[in-house]
Design a protein. Sequence first.
Length: 328
Amino acid sequence: MKRFLITSSIFLIPIIIAAVVTEIALRSVPNPYKYKYEWMQKNAEDVETLVFGSSHAIYGIRPEFLDGNAFSLANVSQGTTHDLYYLKYWSDRYKNLKTVIVPISLFTLFSHGLEFGSESYRCRFYKIYMDCDLYSDWSLYNLELSDYRTAKGKLGTFFYNLFVKESGTGCDKYGWSDAYKLSGKNMKVWDDGSEADAAVKRHTAKSWDYIEDNYSRLKEIAEFCRDRHVKLILITTPCWHSYYDNLDSMQLTKMYEVIRKFQKEFSVPYFDYLKDKRFVADDFYDSNHLSDIGAEKFTKILNVDIMKKATNQQSYNNFKVHAGQSIE
């Protein structure tokens, strides 16, 4: 038995050492989660606008074209759970926060949560790089090696960075990802509509059981903003007709119904660009994501609309004050 243990140790120790070294190497690869966490750690006091949401935001909203000191905390497949968590994470450090932008996509209100879907592996990025205590330190979410597919890709990036050149963080200094450049658009799947069909199928809800949970988290976001006099903006980003023409009409109707209820409860502005005709084919990378040029165009439009809304609201408030003083 003793010989067996010694032999096993001799065999296992190199494997354990290799695993530890690989884990360290994987964690050293720059990534947007790490960058965004470190940026907020340094700049939470100064940030004026925060953008949350999923891929529709991380690829579609370019904070550099928003007024003031804006930054994106959006990530691929990010839902209301992480939006709420990271809005609150730096709550004791906000000094200049004025605006929070939360996109509502077809799937947002119907999602069970990141950890319950096919992209649950992304939860470990929040745990490892963004200090997320939603997951235990002893869970597989605290190991890069827990998912072979993405670990393999990151290991390739590690060696590329080591021997060729630094690959970057995966986002610009404002937290926006430029991965969906028009130059990389797949025209074959664009023309035959196969990507749009797959996206519609992927975003069609299998259950409506999670609307209440997502609504509850949006309420917490709204209450957080209201209590701190921060303006909350809801938006739906533009999509191409091959996507929105084929959406489940009942699900889309329900989405708008819930948004109207939310607006009524919290008096929150909502800008709906889903079917906005100002956007042409080159503004899109695929049927439901904007390209880099489309994101610039959209963000500039969004910024103007937010400014107009703020101006109109201020005029209304001034009118109320003036009217009140007149009566007195």
